[in-house]
Design a protein around this ligand. Structure first.
Ligand code: NAG
Ligand code: NAG
Ligand code: NAG
Ligand code: NAG
Ligand code: NAG
Ligand code: NAG
Ligand code: NAG
Ligand code: NAG
Ligand code: NAG
Length: 398
């Protein structure tokens, strides 16, 4: 008797927990069906052939479920040319940790309901046509580590309190949007930022010195913005892990603070296409530096440093034929300006260090293709963010 009551109770318990988990995967299924219904164009027919309502959602293309609770934990529909708006129902995928709908043609805003995704670690909606402000609620996703909103048409200011609760954020990619106004000094509250991409926007005002407090930063992209008043804050020199700093074409004025040339970890540095003036700070110990771009500024200083020997110069000249014009050099009569193009920055670097530093990409070896190199420099952000993307992918997979 006792044992049958016990087993009855037990079976109730199992039934109800089964019903609970069934209920939940049904919620997930409803959410995904709604997501599907908001999609207006699916040229590769990935959702119709492979998202049929009779199969478990866990077998749908791009959907992964967790083993333990059998709930949807990842949704990856990157690069399928999907068009439509983002269904608010996605916010019901409460176990979702990874969301990637990048490289599609989604339009509209990011619905507020996504703020219910309390377990989300990675959100990638890059390379779509999303509009509206950067939602402040993104800052309240407690687990968020990587956020990609790049290559959309988001506009307005970056919310000043977005970093208040984003203590886990490591990658913040907002490049190539229509963001404007000042970069909030509160950016330093995203204390674990590793990569910050804000290039190709319309940011203005000062570059906040508080960026210098982001001590984990390894990559900082601020180039191609409307124009930063004032110069490069010397506090950036405090970023002792920085490997990549790119602030090209951003109307910078003033001197380059010598602190920048003390960041031992630097591999890539570009201040090209600004109005920086003064002399180029001396540097002796940037042993990791591979690429340096200071071209198209009002800098002085290279002429004061005599070339150590003719060998260096010739080697430089050869390497330099793939880079930029530097009319100053032509004026010195050392290199003809007639079609002679070279990387002023790289040459400088060699003058200072007497090293051959540039790793020549195999596809830029002809000196009659200077434009190609210029293209590489201006799309540097894209190249590096591509690398980040693939790294992210493998990290998530691993
Ligand atoms: C969906 O597509 C994947 C790969 O294309 C395939 O492995 C899977 O069996 C398909 N699922 C259904 C339900 O058709
Ligand atoms: C799904 O299942 C229902 C009932 O089990 C059936 O009537 C329907 O034809 C099935 N649909 C597809 C697309 O297989
Ligand atoms: C899921 O989300 C939608 C829209 O956000 C909502 O209307 C619906 O009630 C939610 N719940 C379930 C269980 O589908
Ligand atoms: C940050 O979190 C705290 C406590 O969890 C909350 O009260 C506050 O509203 C959050 N702030 C933002 C900007 O999300
Ligand atoms: C950038 O802002 C300026 C005014 O501050 C405006 O004239 C310009 O159109 C904006 N550019 C873009 C690409 O939004
Ligand atoms: C830079 O770092 C040093 C030591 O780590 C600290 O004393 C100084 O206040 C920092 N400067 C700024 C502007 O953050
Ligand atoms: C710098 O930015 C302006 C405005 O966005 C653009 O017109 C110009 O071509 C850019 N210059 C370079 C060298 O990329
Ligand atoms: C150069 O930097 C390295 C690493 O930070 C350091 O160990 C070395 O002493 C420095 N050399 C000089 C000459 O400053
Ligand atoms: C997401 O999907 C794309 C395209 O199918 C694939 O290349 C990428 O590896 C996937 N990412 C993850 C984390 O599964």
């Amino acid at each position: 008797m006792v044992s049958s009551i016990f087993s009855f109770a037990l079976s109730i318990f199992f039934l109800s927990s089964f019903a609970l988990s069934l209920n939940s995967i049904i919620t997930d299924k409803h959410a995904l069906i709604s997501f599907k219904n908001f999609i207006t164009s699916d040229p590769n027919a990935i959702l119709s052939t492979n998202g049929s309502e009779n199969t478990s959602v866990c077998n749908w293309i791009g959907v992964s479920c967790g083993l333990k609770y059998h709930r949807v934990t990842a949704l990856n529909l990157s690069g399928y040319d999907l068009a439509g708006t983002v269904a608010p129902h996605l916010g019901n995928l409460t176990f979702l940790g990874y969301l990637d709908i990048s490289s599609n043609s989604f339009t509209g805003i990011l619905p507020f309901e996504l703020s219910k995704l309390r377990r989300l670690k990675v959100m990638n909606v890059g390379a779509n046509s999303l509009t509206g402000d950067i939602p402040a609620w993104l800052g309240s996703l407690p687990q968020l580590e990587e956020l990609y909103l790049n290559d959309n048409t988001f506009s307005g200011w970056l919310p000043s309190d977005i970093c208040n609760n984003m203590s886990n954020i490591q990658i913040l990619s907002l490049s190539n949007n229509r963001l404007e106004g000042q970069i909030s000094p509160n950016i330093w509250k995203c204390t674990h930022l590793d990569v910050l991409l804000l290039s190709f926007n319309n940011f203005s005002g000062n570059i906040p010195p508080e960026i210098g407090r982001l001590s984990y930063l390894t990559q900082l992209y601020l180039g191609h913005n409307s124009g930063f008043q004032g110069g490069v804050p010397k506090e950036i020199g405090n970023l002792s892990r920085l490997e990549l700093l790119n602030i090209n074409n951003a109307s910078l004025t003033g001197d380059i603070p010598s602190s920048i040339f003390n960041i031992f970890s630097l591999r890539f540095l570009s201040f090209s296409d600004n109005s920086l003036s003064g002399s180029i700070p001396t540097f002796h110990n940037l042993s990791k530096l591979e690429e340096l771009y200071l071209n198209n500024n009002k800098l002085r200083g290279w002429a004061r440093n005599e070339m150590s020997n003719r060998e260096t110069f010739i080697r430089t000249q050869t390497i330099a034929t793939i880079g930029y014009t530097a009319p100053e050099f032509g004026m010195e009569g050392k290199v003809s300006t007639n079609g002679d193009v070279y990387s002023f920055g790289i040459m400088l670097l060699e003058m200072f260090t007497d090293l051959t530093l540039f790793r020549m990409p195999h596809h830029i070896d002809a000196h009659h293709q200077p434009a190609q190199h210029a293209t590489i420099s201006s799309t540097q952000s894209a190249i590096f963010s591509h690398q980040i993307d693939s790294e992210t992918t493998s990290r998530v997979e691993g």
